[in-house]
Each structure stands twice: as structure tokens, then as C-alpha cells.
Design a protein around this ligand. Structure first.
Ligand code: FES
Ligand code: CO
Length: 326
């Protein structure tokens, strides 16, 4: 499967208003803009006339206007007005390069190459009315998307990178957990850890259980398995999605989508906890070499604690994913 036919998140949906914005996806420069009906569009950020960046232009009456000679393009990409020759009716060749766009999970998603078979990555908690949704990010990280997915699946770093938060040095041993391949990646269950501060609300060290699911090559979802006490109290539940925009093979833009049974805390309280955790991960992630994930099993060494990561590498290899891996 080609990365260009996958759906990738490129920006927060509420960040796109009445001005065009430039983003990068898979080394391609794109312009994002909204038409008069509020629909988002993603085009190559290059005017077909003389190659100026359309993202430097503006939106006029629901059309995108190029900054250089003022050509106007309607929502479908067709040029409909050339100010220097007002009577000219531009032919079909006078059009911007368009890509498919959808809005989901608080983000704008783009598919560079059309492929109707490729679904948007699933995040079931999004439609659970009992869970409140908050977006965290973006974080620009100097490493490949697969390294970030692996870090998200990895519990053996909790006692070191997240000491006093998600782990502690007195309890670093990883209980055996289960991993099974799925059509979209993998499912890891019975993932358990002793955590001093497992979430924004915890007040004491808790034994927590998670499931991790890779739902697309660069998307993973963590779901906390409620313990008996929290089920009885209808207590805290959470599910967190990791969404990654592969900007280049060695740089990424990251968001977390929090789905939590908490409608009282302000957004920034929930975001601050996630921010603290990810700021602990980021320097380690950016230190890893090579930045591209090695898929040759002999390139790095492994233990049984790494079996989720090994399954993820097998999945990428079988999908022949090539961007951000080596
Ligand atoms: Fe865009 Fe000329 S370069 S209108
Ligand atoms: Co971490």
C-alpha cells in the first residue's frame, strides 16, 4: 500500500477559517482553504499559471485567488477568472491539482492519491456520547511516524521516561501480554502497568490495564480497561488516539485525541497532562537513530517485552509501507 493513498491528518479543523493555509504532507506542499459553504479543500500549493504559492493568496466570494495575477479558482479546482483577460473562458487544463479531504476527529484529513477502498482510521470512542473529546497538539517531532507509533505501544519505557507518572523504577518488569495481527495493524491486550499518576485524575499508584490497537499504519489507539471499582462507580474511562501527519520521511506532526469520561475539567487541564507526558517522550524519540524505522529484524535487538513493536514492524513490512522506514 502506498502512503499516498492513505488518509493523513494535516491540521486541526477549527484552525482553518477564511484564509488559505500551507501544510506539508509526504513532502508535498499543500494549500488548505474553505469555500463559501464551509467545505475544506486541499490542493497542490502551486498555481498552474506561473507556479506561485496559492497559500499566499486569499479567498474571495468562495473562490481561491492566486496572489500573483489574481486568477480565481472555484471549489472544484477549475480556474474561472483571469483578470488580465476578463473575457477569456479558461479551459479544463487551467485548474489546480486537487486532493480528497474529510473532516474527522477534530482534524482535516487528506488523501493525496484517490483510492475509494482505503478507509479513514477508526476511532470508536469518538462517537461515544459518554466520552468528552479534546484535541492535543500539534507537536512537531524530528523523527519518522513509525518511531512515534512504536513509542506509543511501548510500556517498557514508562519507569524511565515517565518515572513518577506512568511508571516507577520499583516496577519495571512487563507482565506478559497478548498481541494479535488485525487487518489494519495489530491488537495488544492485557497490557498492565503500575502507574503512580496514570491519568489527570489519579491520586495514588494504580495497577492499570490497557489495550493498544494499531488501526492504520500511522494511527494507534490506547484504551484503558476499566477495573471493577471504576465500573461499579461508573468511574473514569479514557481512550486516546495517536494521529500522525508524516510531513517528511524523518519529520512528523502529531496530535492526540482524548476521549474521556470527564465533562467538568477545562480543556487545558486534560491537555496539560498529555503535554507533560509527550514532552517526556519527545527528546528520546528525537534521539533515536536511524530516524526511519528499521524493518530488517536484525537491524536492532529485541526482547519479549517488545512483541507489540515487532508485530508492528511485521505489519509495515507486509503492507510494504516505505515512507519513514528503512
Ligand atoms: Fe497564479 Fe499567475 S501565477 S495567477
Ligand atoms: Co511515553
Amino acid at each position: 500500500m502506498k502512503e499516498h493513498s492513505l488518509w493523513h491528518p494535516v491540521m486541526a479543523a477549527n484552525g482553518l477559517t477564511d484564509a488559505p493555509l500551507a501544510v506539508t504532507l509526504l513532502e508535498q506542499e499543500l494549500v488548505l482553504w474553505r469555500d463559501a459553504t464551509g467545505l475544506a479543500h486541499a490542493w497542490g500549493d502551486q498555481c498552474p499559471h506561473r507556479g506561485a504559492k496559492l497559500s499566499l493568496g486569499r479567498v474571495c466570494a468562495g473562490r481561491l485567488e492566486c496572489p500573483y495575477h489574481g486568477w480565481q479558482f472555484e471549489a472544484g479546482g477549475q480556474c474561472v477568472h483571469v483578470p488580465a483577460v476578463p473575457s477569456f473562458v479558461p479551459p479544463a487544463s487551467h485548474a489546480a491539482r486537487t486532493h480528497a479531504v474529510v473532516e474527522a476527529y477534530g482534524l482535516i484529513w487528506v488523501q493525496l492519491l484517490p483510492d475509494a477502498v482505503v478507509p479513514l482510521p477508526a476511532f470508536a470512542a469518538e462517537t461515544d456520547a459518554q466520552l468528552r473529546k479534546v484535541l492535543c497538539g500539534p507537536y512537531d517531532v524530528a523523527t519518522s511516524a513509525p518511531r512515534i507509533v512504536e513509542n506509543f505501544l511501548d510500556m517498557a519505557h514508562f519507569g524511565f521516561v515517565h518515572e513518577g507518572w506512568l511508571g516507577m523504577r520499583e516496577a519495571t518488569s512487563i507482565d506478559d501480554y497478548r498481541v494479535e495481527p488485525t487487518p489494519t495493524g495489530l491488537l495488544a491486550t492485557q497490557c498492565r502497568a503500575w502507574q503512580p499518576q496514570s491519568n489527570v485524575h489519579s491520586t495514588a499508584t494504580a495497577h492499570v490495564e490497557y489495550t493498544y490497537e494499531v488501526v492504520a499504519p500511522y494511527t494507534a489507539v490506547l484504551t484503558k480497561v476499566p477495573d471493577a471499582a471504576s465500573v461499579a462507580l461508573q468511574g473514569f474511562r479514557e481512550s486516546i488516539a495517536l494521529f500522525i501527519c508524516p510531513t517528511t520521511p524523518e519529520t512528523s506532526r502529531v496530535w492526540f485525541r482524548l476521549a474521556m469520561a470527564d465533562f467538568d475539567s477545562p480543556d487545558n487541564k486534560l491537555q496539560d497532562f498529555q503535554h507533560t507526558i509527550f514532552m517526556q517522550d519527545k527528546p528520546v524519540l528525537e534521539s533515536q537513530r536511524p530516524r526511519r524505522l528499521p524493518l530488517d529484524v536484525r537491524a536492532e535487538v529485541h526482547t519479549t517485552a517488545d512483541k507489540a513493536s515487532s508485530a508492528y514492524r511485521r505489519f509495515l513490512k507486509q503492507e510494504t509501507i516505505t515512507f519513514g522506514v528503512c
